[in-house]
Design a binder for this molecule. Structure first.
Ligand SMILES: [Zn+2]
Length: 278
């Protein structure tokens, strides 16, 4: 059953990748993703595949990690026997309240409580999701993993996530399904189902660019590392669409890439996204 559960988690990631591809309105390899999704669905037992598809029509998240003995989206505390059954993973288990598939997470990224209220009093625009402290004008890494690690360490150092290693590992697992790099030299590595906190992103610049697996094979120059709590899953797609819309413009990319200090990046980013991320 562990295998079926892993396929379900993979299937959900593929479905999210598809939604991301559509939201970013770029020509990300949608066809390849659609094929992978169809194939994963075929490998699942029919009854489970049907249940998954039915759930997905109602909820963006159909497969969720057990968190503090609850099903996170509906917040219902689950009976001990069910928690043990989810942990044992001998059979597929569903939340008795909402019907979502439940799994026991091996590793889970967490945001410390203080990150929620710190630095963002009733903010608007990107100030709801980021901070001048999360701008990195000069990424030193030359691989996806090393730049994701740099941004995760920045987030952890400033108290926005608990552990850079977990976030790096989970973001790389997501990259392994399909690269989060899109056209225009942009990449959006991310970690979903983060426990607690709000949707938060850090931005790193690499003027020379680095290979990140973009569909047009161009180098990636602007990297957004995003942590997404379960509740913000759907909203993330709107943020992504807004960022892509902004940076599809050559002038916008140029203006951001010219910034040498975090403060300048923050100001430029705020100005550029005023209309796309209200
Ligand atoms: Zn539930």
């Amino acid at each position: 059953m562990k295998n079926v559960l892993n396929q379900l988690i993979q299937l959900q990631e593929l479905d999210f990748a598809l939604a991301e591809g559509r939201a970013s309105t770029t020509k990300m390899s949608l066809k390849q993703l659609e094929e992978a999704t169809a194939q994963t669905l075929q490998h699942l037992p029919e009854e489970i595949a049907t249940r998954y598809q039915r759930l997905r029509q109602r909820h963006p998240l159909a497969v969720v990690p057990l968190t503090h003995g609850t099903c996170p989206p509906c917040g219902i505390a689950l009976p001990a026997a069910l928690i043990n059954a989810v942990r044992a993973a001998e059979q597929i288990q569903n939340c008795p309240h909402c019907g979502r598939f439940l799994y026991f997470p091996e590793t889970m990224a967490r945001q410390p409580r203080k990150a929620v209220d710190k630095d963002r009093p009733a903010a608007a625009g990107i100030a709801r999701f980021s901070s001048p402290a999360l701008m990195l004008p000069k990424l030193t890494g030359t691989t996806p993993e090393s730049v994701i690690r740099e941004l995760a360490e920045l987030m952890a150092g400033k108290g926005f996530i608990e552990d850079a290693n977990t976030v790096t590992e989970l973001a790389m697992r997501r990259e392994a399904i399909v690269s989060t790099a899109v056209e225009y030299g942009l990449a959006f590595p991310h970690v979903r189902n983060v426990e607690g906190g709000g949707l938060t992103f850090a931005v790193g610049l690499k003027e020379k660019g680095l290979p990140f697996g973009a569909p047009d094979e161009r180098l990636t120059k602007i990297v957004f590392l995003i942590v997404i709590p379960t509740a913000a899953s759907a909203f993330y797609l709107r943020l992504l669409a807004g960022l892509v819309k902004t940076f599809a413009e050559t002038d916008a990319r140029k203006a951001l890439l010219e910034c040498e200090k975090p403060e300048a990046m923050w100001k430029t980013l705020g100005k550029l996204t005023r209309l796309t991320i209200p």
